[in-house]
Design a protein around this ligand. Structure first.
Ligand code: FDA
Length: 442
C-alpha cells in the first residue's frame, strides 16, 4: 500500500479524533482531565466537519426530552467529581435548584444540547471545526505502520499514532426515495420546516421515537393541517426503560456482551431491541392517543393513523407530493396528496472503511464481513499496523452491544480508550505510569 514517510520534524499527535459529536467530546474531556491531573501530556486533536458544535440540530424540537438520565452525561460515570458534569453546567447557568425541584432525570433535548456546547467550548483548543476528514493514509516507519496521516478537505494533513473514528450515524431513506424540498428525512425537520408557510397535509412515515415526535410537532405547529402517520406496526410501541432491562446499557454489560458467544449476542439484541429501536416514550404515545380521541369526539379528525401500512410510492407533483399508502392487511391503497412527506426511517452507522482507504485491507473482518474490534475499541488489524485505530459509535454494536450508538456509556468508554492509548504507548517512566493509574482508578 502507498505510504508516506515519517520525517523527524513532522509533529505527531498521540491521538487524533475524527468527528466531534458527544463521543469524541467525552474523549477530549477525558484527555484534558488526564493532562491536568497528571502533568503527563497526551497530545490530542479532533477534526469536525460542522462549522461549530452541533448534536442532531434538525431534531431539537422544543419540548423533546432526553432518553437517557442526565447522570449519563459526558463524564459522571467515569469521574463523578468532574467539572464537566451536567450538574456543573446547571450550576453555572444558575438553574441547579430549579432542576432539582423539577424531580426529573430527563432534561430537555435543547438543554442537553446547550450542555454539550458549554462543555465543547471548554475544550475548544483541542478541536478544529469545518474540517471534514476525507482520507487516512498509513505512514511507514521501518516495516511497521506506527502512525497515520489524516487529510482534511482543505488539504491540511495531521499525523497521529492513534486515530479515534467517531463519525456517528447517517440518516437512512428507503431504497428509491430521494430527498427533496418536499421529501425530508426527519434529521432535516427543523432546517426545513420554516420553508412551509401553510400546509393542508403532512405524511409521516415510521413508528419510532422520531416519527412520534415529528407527528406531534407538525400536528401542533400547523393547526389547520392533517397529519397522516403511516407505519407497518399495529400501533406505536413503548420503549422498555424498566430497571432490569435498562442494565443492558450499564458499563458492565459491555463486558458481558463482548465476551458472549455470537448466538447469545444475537439473542440479547433481539430480546432488548425494544429498549431503543422502533419504540416511543410512553408519555408521548399517551399524548398522541389523547389527541386522536379528542378529535374523534369533536368530529375534526386531522391526526390520522394508517397502521399495518406502507408508503409504497412517492412522487412529486406540481405543488406537492403524492404518497400511495398500502394496507398490508387488506392491500387497499389510499392516495394522499400532501405538502411534505417526512421519512422517519432511522439511521445507519457511518461506515469508517471508505475513509481508511489503503488501510482498509489491513483491517480484519469477521465471517459476516463486519469489522473485527478489540475490547478496547481498536480495530483488529494485521500485525504490521502498530498504531491504533479506534472506533466509537454504532459501528461497534455487533461487538460491544446496544449501548454503542447511544450516550449511556460515553463517559466510561472514553476513559477506556484513553487508558488503552496510554497503556500502548512506548514504555514511559514509573512516575508517568503511577500518575495514570491514579487518574483512572475505578
Ligand atoms: P454523532 O453523530 O453525534 O457525531 C458524529 C460527528 O462526526 C458529527 O458531528 C459529524 O458531523 C462528524 N463527522 C462525520 N463524518 C466526519 C468526517 N469525515 N470528518 C469530520 N467530522 C465528521 N442517545 C441517547 O443515549 N439518548 C438520547 O436521548 C438520544 N437522543 C437522540 C435523539 C436524536 C434525534 C438522534 C438522531 C439520536 C439520539 N441518540 C440518543 C443517539 C445518538 O446516536 C447519540 O446521542 C450520539 O449522537 C452519538 O454520538 P456520536 O458522537 O457517536 O455521533
Amino acid at each position: 500500500m502507498p505510504q508516506a514517510l515519517l520525517k523527524d520534524e513532522t509533529p505527531v499527535y498521540d491521538l487524533l479524533g475524527v468527528g466531534f459529536g458527544p463521543a469524541n467530546l467525552a474523549l477530549a474531556i477525558a484527555v484534558a482531565e488526564h493532562n491536568a491531573a497528571t502533568g503527563d501530556t497526551v497530545t490530542a486533536h479532533f477534526l469536525e466537519r460542522q462549522e461549530s458544535f452541533g448534536w442532531h440540530r434538525g431534531m431539537l424540537i422544543e419540548d423533546a426530552t432526553m432518553q437517557v438520565s442526565f447522570l449519563k452525561d459526558l463524564v459522571t460515570l467515569r469521574n463523578p467529581a468532574s467539572r464537566f458534569s451536567f450538574l456543573s453546567y446547571l450550576h453555572e447557568r444558575g438553574r441547579l435548584i430549579d432542576f432539582v425541584n423539577h424531580k426529573n432525570l430527563f432534561p430537555l433535548r435543547v438543554e442537553f444540547h446547550d450542555y454539550f456546547e458549554w462543555a465543547a467550548a471548554q475544550v475548544d483548543d483541542l478541536v478544529s471545526y469545518a474540517h471534514e476528514v476525507v482520507a487516512v493514509r498509513p505512514v511507514a516507519d521501518g516495516g511497521a505502520v506506527g502512525c497515520f496521516d489524516v487529510e482534511a478537505a482543505s488539504g491540511q494533513v495531521y499525523r497521529a499514532r492513534n486515530l479515534v473514528l467517531a463519525t456517528g450515524l447517517t440518516p437512512h431513506l428507503p431504497d428509491g426515495v430521494a430527498p427533496s424540498a418536499r421529501i425530508w428525512h426527519n434529521s432535516q425537520l427543523l432546517h426545513r420546516v420554516d420553508t412551509v408557510d401553510t400546509a393542508s397535509r403532512f405524511v409521516v412515515v415510521g413508528a419510532g421515537q422520531s416519527a412520534a415526535e415529528v407527528t406531534s410537532f407538525l400536528h401542533e405547529r400547523f393547526p389547520a393541517a392533517e397529519v397522516c402517520a403511516v407505519f407497518s406496526r399495529f400501533g406505536y410501541s413503548p420503549s422498555d426503560d424498566s430497571a432490569f432491562a435498562n442494565r443492558i446499557f450499564d458499563p458492565a454489560a459491555v463486558d458481558q456482551f463482548y465476551f458472549a458467544p455470537d448466538d447469545v449476542k444475537h439473542r440479547l439484541m433481539g430480546y432488548h431491541a425494544n429498549t431503543n429501536y422502533s419504540v416511543v416514550d410512553i408519555d408521548l404515545i399517551d399524548d398522541l392517543y389523547r389527541r386522536l380521541y379528542r378529535e374523534k369526539v369533536l368530529g375534526t379528525q386531522r391526526l390520522r393513523v394508517f397502521n399495518v401500512s406502507r408508503a409504497v410510492a412517492v412522487s412529486e407533483t406540481a405543488d406537492g407530493v403524492r404518497v400511495t399508502v398500502e394496507s398490508q392487511a387488506s392491500s387497499e391503497r389510499t392516495v394522499l396528496d400532501a405538502d411534505v412527506v417526512v421519512y422517519c426511517t432511522g439511521y445507519r452507522p457511518s461506515d469508517p472503511v471508505p475513509l481508511l482507504g489503503d488501510l482498509a485491507p489491513s483491517c480484519r473482518r469477521d465471517e459476516q464481513g463486519r469489522p473485527g474490534i478489540e475490547r478496547d475499541y481498536r480495530l483488529r488489524t494485521t500485525p504490521a499496523i502498530t498504531g491504533g485505530i479506534y472506533l466509537q459509535g454504532g459501528g461497534t454494536e455487533h461487538t460491544h452491544g446496544i449501548t454503542s450508538s447511544l450516550l449511556s456509556n460515553n463517559a466510561v468508554r472514553s476513559g477506556e480508550i484513553l487508558r488503552s492509548i496510554l497503556d500502548r504507548r512506548p514504555s514511559g517512566n514509573d512516575a508517568r505510569t503511577h500518575a495514570r493509574d491514579h487518574a483512572f482508578a475505578r
